[in-house]
Design a protein around this ligand. Structure first.
Ligand code: SF4
Length: 314
């Protein structure tokens, strides 16, 4: 079966933290309760807290089954995608159905914004690993970093994470994404909330180039390492600067991406569609090519385009 016949499931792709991860995209790009300034998938186009069946449940399940039948053998089936997976109203049923289908553990990568809803906490109970985000220690930092849907409140979000920990005995890895310009006091406040969540692991991360907003700056590596000691358990500094919803490492050729960007400037979406690869793979290639200074970003209106560095500036 050709790869492009899969609409909701991608991979398995190598993931530093999850091994071979079979990704499941449960909302259309970019449907999210946040609009994080560091988001590598780009600006949120549908900012919502409405939970519904954004993608057809049966079709998603059939694709997962087809991947597994095809010998995919991932280390995790990972509910993640190009938006917030807990917005998918049948997430709990889907996790249970996958668990009935395979012994492969199920991971959920979530921004954690909806865990204050008892039904969302209940739906995640059958997962084996939950990776929620906490990027703020104050309401102001929350607004600055995550630009949440107006119905979301900082304290409510944190209380949801704490309540989930009390109900969920399996692994929680807390992802903390820090923006340049945050103060020591803000990070200490964040670490105080993180202690109350009692995660099994804390992973510290910062901005890659370029995020959704070009003025979002990274925290220097030395500061990240200093901040790591504020956390309990101590934070692990993520060295490769990948974002929470961008954890899959690429499997396709980056040369193809570079060739395409030599021919014409493209957005992330253009690259994904042009090369028939998942946008996560496209984002990863773009990030690495930028780190090697082989391509540059050009912001036009609301869209970030990428162009090869050896193409003359016009
Ligand atoms: S990083 Fe995740 S939570 Fe933040 S806007 Fe992007 S998809 Fe949503």
């Amino acid at each position: 079966m050709p790869e492009e016949s899969f609409k909701y499931v991608f991979g398995p792709v190598p993931s530093r933290r999850l091994g071979r991860s079979l990704g499941v995209d449960l909302v259309p790009c970019k449907t999210c309760s946040y609009d994080c300034v560091y988001c590598q998938v780009g600006r949120t186009t549908v900012k919502t807290v409405e939970r519904k069946e954004y993608v057809p449940y049966e079709a998603v399940l059939a694709e997962i089954q087809r991947k597994l039948d095809g010998g995919a053998a991932p280390d995790y089936v990972t509910m993640s995608g190009s938006g917030e997976p807990t917005l998918f109203a049948k997430l709990g049923a889907l996790i249970r159905a996958v668990k009935a289908m395979t012994d492969t553990p199920v991971a959920v990568i979530t921004n954690g914004s909806l865990l204050w809803m008892p039904e969302v906490r209940a739906e995640l109970l059958d997962a084996d690993l939950v990776v929620p985000s906490l990027d703020a220690g104050t309401p102001a930092m929350f607004e600055r970093a995550n630009r949440p849907h107006p119905d979301l409140r900082f304290e409510q979000m944190v209380d949801g994470l704490i309540a989930f920990r009390e109900a969920f005995p399996k692994a929680i890895w807390l992802e903390v994404f820090l923006l340049g310009g945050c103060t020591d006091d803000e990070v200490r406040a964040l670490a105080g909330y993180a202690r109350r969540i009692r995660p099994d692991r804390v992973q510290l991360n910062t901005v890659a180039r370029p995020p959704a907003e070009s003025d979002a700056r990274p925290v220097p590596q030395a500061d990240l390492e200093r901040y790591a000691a504020y956390f309990e358990p101590p934070g692990e500094v993520i060295a490769d600067f990948t974002g929470v919803h961008d954890q899959q490492q690429f499997a396709a050729s980056r040369e193809e991406v570079l060739d395409l960007l030599r021919r014409r400037p493209c957005s992330l979406e253009d690259v994904a569609q042009g090369l028939r690869i998942h946008r996560h793979e496209a984002a990863k290639h773009i990030q690495h090519l930028q780190e090697e200074a082989l391509i540059r970003a050009q912001i036009r209106g609301d869209v970030t385009f990428f162009v090869a560095e050896d193409v003359p500036r016009g």
